[in-house]
Design a protein around this ligand. Structure first.
Ligand code: ATP
Length: 219
């Protein structure tokens, strides 16, 4: 692994995500072929398209949960080195998905500590994350008792506490009310301003400047 660690965004120092000629299938269906898309440091891309077009699937492929049928997904380091390793995915990207990945019987605090501990972060950003997402009143609640918006805030806190240069966001604002949409917008703007990258599946516009990439309508 030749990519340096310790960027502003934490994890690995990455300067670009490069999706080259990717083909992806789910079951019998080919979602798309020969898809190429590049995101550089400080940039956001809004993935649009009809329900079922493959937005979530593409995010999951970048995160390493689905193997493409063809093509490459490359992560570029500061020195131009491009890699497609598991380490680059694990230490370079965060996936924030619909299901949040929370264990229902853990409290929000236990879940947060488990996730951020596993991601290897210190206390400084933990405190900042809890403050920015106002999680203190929720920390003793089991995650199954959290509302959809509260769960999303807990997930967003992970992005603050354990920074990664690439944020893969699946409809990040969907469960949030106006106040928390504003906070999420600020988090995204801060992330981009410090050199981060965002690839977000959306049905509504992203609250930061973003290039649109349309997966179209498969039906
Ligand atoms: N685990 C799975 N096994 C088989 N097919 C799947 C699986 N997950 C998703 N699919 C199929 O892949 C296709 C793309 O789904 P995906 O969730 O990527 O679409 P999307 O663009 O994110 O849609 P939406 O806007 O509704 O969130 C759909 O036809 C879906 O049924």
């Amino acid at each position: 692994m030749d990519i340096e660690r310790g960027s502003q965004q934490g994890g690995l120092m990455l300067t670009a995500l490069d999706i080259q000629g990717v083909a992806l299938s789910r079951g019998e269906r080919v979602l798309f072929r020969d898809l190429s898309l590049s995101i550089k440091t400080g940039q956001a891309v809004a993935l649009t398209g009809a329900n079922g077009a493959g937005k979530t699937s593409l995010l999951r492929a970048v995160a390493g949960f689905i193997r493409p049928d063809a093509g490459r997904i490359l992560f570029h380091g500061v020195d131009g080195v491009a890699v497609e390793t598991e380490t680059a995915r694990r230490e370079g990207a965060h996936l924030l998905g619909h299901l949040e990945g929370l264990k229902p019987v853990r409290t929000a605090g236990q879940e947060f500590d488990f996730q951020t501990g596993w991601l290897g972060e210190g206390r400084k950003r933990r405190v900042e994350a809890i403050e920015r997402l106002a999680l203190s009143p929720l920390l003793d609640l089991e995650t199954r008792k959290l509302s959809a918006g509260q769960k999303r805030r807990l997930s967003l806190a992970r992005l603050v506490a354990a920074p990664r240069p690439i944020w893969l966001l699946d409809e990040p604002l969907a469960p949030l009310d106006e106040r928390w949409r504003g906070v999420a917008a600020d988090l995204m703007a801060d992330h981009l301003a410090t050199g981060g990258m965002i690839l977000a599946a959306v049905h509504d516009p992203l609250p930061v400047a973003a290039r649109e990439f349309d997966l179209g309508d498969w039906a």
